[in-house]
Structure formats: structure tokens, C-alpha cells
Write a protein that binds this ligand. Structure first.
Ligand code: PRP
Length: 185
């Protein structure tokens, strides 16, 4: 996430805790158990993350699965101002063929829904057997296009969240918790 105005000195203030590390761990273990059960009979499961934000969540989620799973990544960007997204561009495509595969799309956050809507449509068009979405955070009040979330970690308010993959100007992705960025250097 790019802030409207960048601070060259970089942020210093530790973001306020919104979802603590323990709560993330507990919820991710629950999601993994559900996914493990649901895909127990799958012939081919491919988990796909959307760079960069989803990486921390994807790794922790997949490490808890006991079923075989392939991993791949998309990277996207929106045309125009990132705070007013619209048309989504694929900057890095997946390497794997997903024809006939069960695809689990793994995301850190669903905001307006444009990114996930675009990717879900693309995966279906390419012939995936099934496509489901697992999102850690759901900022439902910001939604502009409908996106069904099959596995949801937490619904959150419209706050500028950072940590556990989410950034402010590329900083804070490595926090162990989800925090709220409240400005200040
Ligand atoms: C975030 C997030 C999703 C997208 C969701 O990525 O990881 O991919 O925005 O927003 P939407 O629902 O409004 O489409 P971002 O573009 O900030 O890139 P990053 O993951 O590299 O930080």
C-alpha cells in the first residue's frame, strides 16, 4: 500500500496492536484444519498467493497443512491512484498450469475486491476445477465488487492496517501482529 504522501524519514512509531500474534496463530490453525479437511480428497491442490502482502500468511497457513499442495504466485497492480483502484494489471503471472486443479487463492486482505475479482475470474477462465478464496482480513465496508470469501480470518473496520505482510510504504511487513498505522515519524 502506497501512502498518498511519502515520509522520507520513514515511520518510527510502533503501530497500535489490532490483532495480536497469538490470535493470528490460533485463527490460522483453525483455517488450516478446515482447509485440510475440505481438500483431503483433492487430486491436485495449488495454493496461489498474491505478492507481496500474502507471503507471511501463506507460509504460516501452508506449513500447518498435512495434504500435498503446490505453491505459486501472482503479482498485480492497479492502474492510477492506489487509493482509488479500478482496472487491475497482472505484473507477474503464475508458472503452474491450473487446468483441472483445485485452486486456493490466499490473500492478506480484501479491500475494494477489484484485485481478487480479477484473479478469481482469470483462474476460472483458465480451467481450474475449483477456485476458493482464503483471506486473512476482510475490510467488508470498503467492498465495491462482490468477492465470496470461503475461508476468512477476521473482519476488520476501515483502518490503515500494517504488519504480517501489510505495509506502509513497504515498511512494517515483518511485524508479527496486525497493527494500525496512525501516522507520525
Ligand atoms: C493489497 C492486498 C491485495 C489488494 C487488495 O495489495 O494484498 O492484493 O491490495 O485490494 P483490493 O481489494 O482493493 O483490490 P497491494 O496492492 O497493497 O500490494 P502488496 O501486497 O504488494 O502490498
Amino acid at each position: 500500500m502506497k501512502p498518498a504522501k511519502q515520509n522520507p524519514a520513514g515511520p518510527r512509531q510502533a503501530p497500535r496492536v489490532l490483532i495480536a500474534e497469538d490470535d493470528l496463530d490460533r485463527r490460522i490453525a483453525e483455517l488450516a484444519a478446515e482447509i485440510d479437511r475440505d481438500y483431503a480428497d483433492s487430486d491436485r491442490l495449488v495454493a496461489i498467493g498474491v505478492l507481496k502482502g500474502s507471503v507471511f500468511f501463506l507460509v504460516d497457513l501452508l506449513k500447518r497443512l498435512t495434504i500435498p499442495v503446490a505453491v505459486d504466485f501472482f503479482q498485480t497492480s492497479s492502474y492510477g491512484d492506489s487509493t482509488e483502484p479500478g482496472e487491475v494489471r497482472i505484473r507477474k503471472d503464475i508458472d503452474e498450469s491450473i487446468r483441472g486443479a483445485d485452486v486456493l487463492l490466499v490473500e492478506d486482505i480484501v479491500d475494494t475486491g477489484y484485485t481478487l475479482r480479477t484473479i478469481l475470474d482469470l483462474l476460472r477462465w483458465r480451467g481450474a476445477k475449483s477456485v476458493r478464496l482464503c483471506a486473512l482480513l476482510d475490510k467488508a465496508s470498503r467492498r465495491q465488487v462482490e468477492v465470496p470469501i470461503d475461508y476468512r480470518g477476521f473482519e476488520i473496520e476501515d483502518l490503515f492496517v500494517v504488519g504480517y505482510g501489510l505495509d506502509y510504504n513497504e515498511i512494517y511487513r515483518n511485524l508479527r501482529y496486525i497493527g494500525v498505522y496512525e501516522g507520525g515519524a
